[in-house]
Design a protein around this ligand. Structure first.
Ligand code: S0N
Length: 273
């Protein structure tokens, strides 16, 4: 089946934002620098992800890079200043950390679709996505100690949770490049397919997840992330509990009693074991 992609918002500078049915696709569109991100690109991705979060007709989100050569080569070293990456406002930022957090808490599956290089902060972006489907030309690496940077947050801790502490230290200390097959064998990514099939395969995974209960997916994502994300993870999970509680007659009784200036009658509700 041929899918038709429709543009959702067409005035971004550094990203493309499209959808086909209930699946959104956010594409870093800087292939001339292997899809390195600037503060503007990150700001635009945060905006697009936030729109996906609010749009109840979107059930799965693909993050990818333009072209066959790279998913993302990390922070654009050409705009790296003192203290962060510098945009038009001259303020140095590491706003990719905000994007990583948003991908972790957005209550819908986020799927990284990798073609070519996934390096540095770009590789951390695929790591924080829930699922990664790679083309067979995928190449995975952390380069921080080669280029004078490091990501000690998700880039270190979540990597260790994902592939094991010894392998995570190897990845960072050695700065070697791993093929898609090697990354798959390490449990770093979910599936490797021929380059020509990567979008088809990614869409098929999205289709399957779209058939599942969205609340169940939301809660399992928040539950699986809670331990790693500490109180921020528990906040997300607790927020989901509040969402569900608000839909109950018991919570509505509290609200209604306050509005009607009477005592609430919570005694009518069961005390489950
Ligand atoms: C990606 C690589 C391996 C591709 O090699 P290939 O195919 O041989 O192409 P090249 O000729 O090298 O590249 C083509 C053009 O693209 C430019 N370019 C590539 N990557 C970048 C980049 N990251 N920034 C700016 N330009 C880039 C090349 O310069 C070339 O341009 P021209 O044609 O004009 O010569 C290879 O390119 C490569 O190794 N790239 C660098 C990859 C890298 O080291 N990235 C890591 C950068 N650091 C981070 O991502 C840190 C992330 C971060 O934001 C962060 C987050 C949390 C905490 C801290 C930080 C932090 O900043 O430290």
């Amino acid at each position: 089946m041929t899918r038709k992609w429709e543009t959702i918002k067409n005035d971004y500078q550094d990203i493309l934002f499209e959808r086909t049915g209930k699946i959104a696709k956010i594409t870093i569109n800087r292939p001339e620098v292997r899809n390195a991100f600037t503060p503007v690109a990150v700001e635009e991705m945060i905006d697009a992800f936030a729109r996906c979060r609010d749009d109840s007709t979107i059930g799965a989100i693909i993050l990818t890079g333009q072209g066959d050569l790279a998913f993302c080569s990390g922070g654009d070293q050409g705009v790296r200043g003192n203290g962060g990456y510098v945009g038009k406002d001259r303020i140095p930022r590491l706003n990719v950390l905000d994007l990583q957090h948003l991908i972790r808490i957005i209550p819908k599956p986020v799927i990284a679709m990798v073609r070519g290089w996934s390096v540095g902060g770009g590789n951390v972006l695929q790591l924080v996505c829930d699922i990664t489907i790679s083309a067979d030309n995928g190449k995975f690496a952390q380069s921080g100690p080669k280029v004078g940077s490091f990501d000690g947050g998700y880039g270190a801790g979540l990597l260790a949770d994902t592939i094991g502490m010894k392998r995570a230290k190897e990845v960072w200390f050695m700065c070697k490049t791993y093929t898609a097959k090697e990354a798959y064998d390490m449990g770093w990514i979910n599936k490797v397919v021929p380059l020509a099939d990567v979008e088809k395969e990614t869409l098929e995974w999205c289709d399957t997840m779209l058939k599942r209960s969205p609340m169940s997916l939301r809660l399992i994502k928040a539950s699986m992330n809670a331990a790693t994300d500490g109180l921020a993870g528990i906040q997300q999970l607790a927020g989901d509990s509040t969402l569900l509680y608000y839909t109950s007659d018991e919570a509505k009784e509290g609200r209604d009693a306050f509005m009607e200036k009477r005592d609430p009658n919570f005694d009518q509700f069961p005390k489950f074991p």
